[in-house]
Design a protein around this ligand. Sequence first.
Ligand code: SDX
Length: 433
Amino acid sequence: MGDDGKNTLSIRDNRTGRDYEIDIHDGDVIRAMDLRQIKVDDGDFGMMAYDPAFTNTASTRSTITYIDGENGILRYRGYPIEQLAERSSHLEVAYLLLKGELPGQAELDDFVHQITFHTYVHENITELVGAFRYDAHAMGMVTSMVAALSTFYPDAKELDDPKARWIQIIRLVAKLPTLAAYAYRHHRGLPLVYPENELSYTANFLSMLFKIGGREYKPNPVLERALDVLFILHADHEQNCSTTAMRLIGSSRADPYCSLAGAMSALYGPLHGGANEAVLRMLNRIGSVDNIPAFMEGVKKKEERLMGFGHRVYKAYDPRASIIKRTADEVFEVTGRNPLLDIALELEKIALSEDYFVERNLYPNVDFYSGIIYQAMGFPVEMFPVLFAIPRTVGWLAQWEEMLLDGEQRIARPRQVYVGQDARDFVPIADRD
Ligand code: SDX
């Protein structure tokens, strides 16, 4: 609070000499609409803020996830990610993100039961997955199948009915692993494996992926737990690109399946969730520790991008990357060490010590080490973005429902600064240059 005790911003428009008092909210936020009163002439549209890529624009007020990028802090509903990764499970964290509180035992048992009994998909989906080429990218297949699910559930349009919203949320959280496994099995030319209700969420996913023949499938408990931890770490991350897509598409009141397919499409990009796949391709391209100096010179010349490093929000080590790095050691105990880890560790060592990278806060992010684990667990690189989308489905849906229930939200429709041609008359083609 200033000397005069007012929680406002005083703005002087030097074009007119007029003074304005703009209220400050939530500590250090002004409402963009409060700028519109600043005009030269009364008929003007009024002042706008220009913010390409929304680098300094809050699109919502949210209670779901908190990130402190300067200090590498991440909390889901107030709980530190380190504690959740250590002591919780993906479905318990899913309940927390969706409902706002950790469940009691009966609530958790009921939630797990609901998820377990919605893992099947309509048989028509199996025909859809068969229609893809064998080498179709898994993310393209799963995104298509998610959108296709909207055609089976017309009640998904009843957005104002909490029960209708909840069953769509259950269906999507339950069915994403099934769709992902179907895409993987199709890619490998293997028969589809149906969900088994006796298995846990993660064990059932591993079974649908890797079970061969009629033999009972028991996943290695270390790998099952490692994947569950990775799912916890990827579940939400406040207003990232794909969550913004989910909220924006959902703001037109599109159903949650089509909205989520849009979010998956945004995640697929190599600058976002597709980075885990791009990291593996980069490490394979580097090939050996000896080639790192030349590669890093290419990065400094901007001929290369160090995939898996850097973040719009984190200007410190991504807390998820630290946990993933520890999880990698546990996985390699079972699978054997992934030789690409040596290249990754050397890249990190250089990035954390050389000025070029330090000046740009290029720390490893969530995508840097995750792919090395996925590859060691037997996943092809095309599955990596899908392994990000499965847990992020929870975050996308929690954010989507928060948007629907937020009285301040309406259909999203940003403004623009028009810098194009002034009015001009049509010229018949015969008269054009
Ligand atoms: C995710 O937002 C989220 O929360 C996302 C996510 C989630 O959980 O939802 O955390 C998941 O998407 C993690 C990020 C995965 N992407 C990558 O690993 C791709 C590689 N990283 C980047 O391309 C980049 O760091 C971004 C996209 C992550 C962030 O980009 P910004 O904030 O737009 O930063 P920038 O591109 O403006 O970079 C600032 C400077 C530039 O250099 P100068 O022009 O100042 O000289 O840093 C450089 C960039 O060239 N830079 C990099 C770099 N990242 C930034 N240079 C080399 N390699 C990189 N990876």
